[in-house]
Write a new protein. Structure first.
Lengths: 264, 264
């Protein structure tokens, strides 16, 4: 049986404060935990019903601490309405935004002047300005992973990607994608990557010429891209509308534009 | 102040049984209610804080019964965590699936043999097989409206589109889209429309030749398209994957394929 302290410890990880202090986050359910165990992220503890554990002995070998627990205990620590088989505590990845540039261009640290930073920006990076709905954020991370986007840079106003609902909606893509949080204005001012911005009054995305490398910048559902970021956009695009809906969900708009960019 | 009976009556509409009995559904919030009042749907009752009502006098003229209520009363009848200004009871639309064919082709009833039914199928109709997540369904309806899809045919296993979460996620598109529920197998066997099916092992959607008219059939997130419907698919397509995610969210897949179809 789980101790009261153990339960309290896990419950603290349901909040951002607890995650930042312990540098751990919670992953639940067979599908997500299997993807976690197959990823590069560290896994500190795992709590499983006997059945799941018996079927996944090989997968859990790399976990520091494995606990067999009862359904009742799993209910106590789960955030699911109907808890599923297994719950793991994973180490919060410590992605360094500065390394995004050097790593991807294989520069050594002697060469990183600003021009090199920009040329290091290979492929498509996603940039999210204030996506607050956790389900939306999770879907965006999953879609980005589908389209081979490996880096997502988020404004501090974007939802925390290690919270339960995002982890669930990501379906494992969270463990394959580097997600950074930073002040986007300072970042853009310093690095000046090529920015494709999704706006309502931009060029028709059917006619736009997309570059091979660049950042796709998506604004929040309600407010769009922040005014202070608009001057940094190199290519403003809009998804042409045929019917009558006023706007598209931010996740849908991201997906359609990533699909267009992938086609280049 | 609202009577206890009035409150109970509205709360019954939060459930499918209540909606079917009363032929009414609940719409909440300024944005959705404004869209409702601008649509063709009947609006039976409206409950508003004094401020919203004062600002929207013209809009509410067509409502049978308008009540000014307090914030406390609004809280009592709302399904929102933080209730918003206004709540309306709209009449459940009674779309007849049989009319979809005759109306769109302007045939009179003397001519509706099966061949005519098929030719009546103009533009793109969406067909949903077991989309159970209400947020997903709402996003799909909104996206369909963006792309000019006017008819959505759902399996009985698809979520009820008049429940709170779907209404919210639709952002008004629910009031412009005819949504039908029927047994898809019987329907396809009888009408034989051209079916484009989203599957995991189909033709690359980048290379597929899409027709101008037809049904886009989307399966459920977990199970895909039901086995019994597979024989009716004329064109199986898949969205090419570049990265590593195992699948796309059903709403995202729908959006990307509608975007491709819209481009034809």
């Amino acid at each position: 049986m789980l101790s009261r302290n153990e339960i309290l410890f896990i419950k603290e990880l349901h909040h951002k404060k607890g995650r930042s202090e312990q540098l751990l986050f919670v992953v639940e359910g067979s599908k997500s935990v299997s993807e976690l165990l197959g990823s590069k992220l560290g896994v500190k503890k795992l709590f499983s019903l006997p059945k799941w554990l018996a079927e996944n002995q090989k997968l859990v070998q790399r976990v520091e601490e494995v606990h067999t627990i009862s359904e009742k205990d799993l209910e106590r620590i789960s955030q699911h309405k109907t808890p599923q088989e297994v719950l793991a505590l994973a180490e919060l990845p410590d992605y360094k935004l500065e390394q995004l540039w050097f790593d991807s261009a294989h520069h050594d640290s002697a060469h990183h002047d600003s021009a090199h930073h920009d040329s290091a920006h290979r492929g498509i990076t996603l940039m999210l300005d204030g996506i607050q709905d956790p389900g939306n954020l999770g879907t965006i991370i999953r879609t980005a992973d589908w389209y081979g986007v490996q880096n997502i840079i988020c404004s501090p106003t974007t939802a925390d990607c290690f919270q339960h609902k995002v982890v669930q909606a990501c379906m494992g893509s969270l463990f394959r994608t580097a997600i950074y949080y930073t002040d986007l204005k300072s970042y853009l001012a310093k690095h000046k990557p090529y920015i494709i911005g999704a706006v309502l009054d931009g060029q028709n995305a059917n006619e736009a010429k997309f570059p091979k490398d660049g950042c796709l910048l998506i604004g929040s559902e309600g407010k769009g891209i922040s005014d202070e970021l608009l001057p940094y956009i190199n290519l403003k695009v809009s998804i042409p509308r045929i019917g009558k809906a006023e706007s598209l969900n931010a996740g849908i708009a991201t997906a359609i534009l990533l699909d267009r960019l992938a086609g280049r």
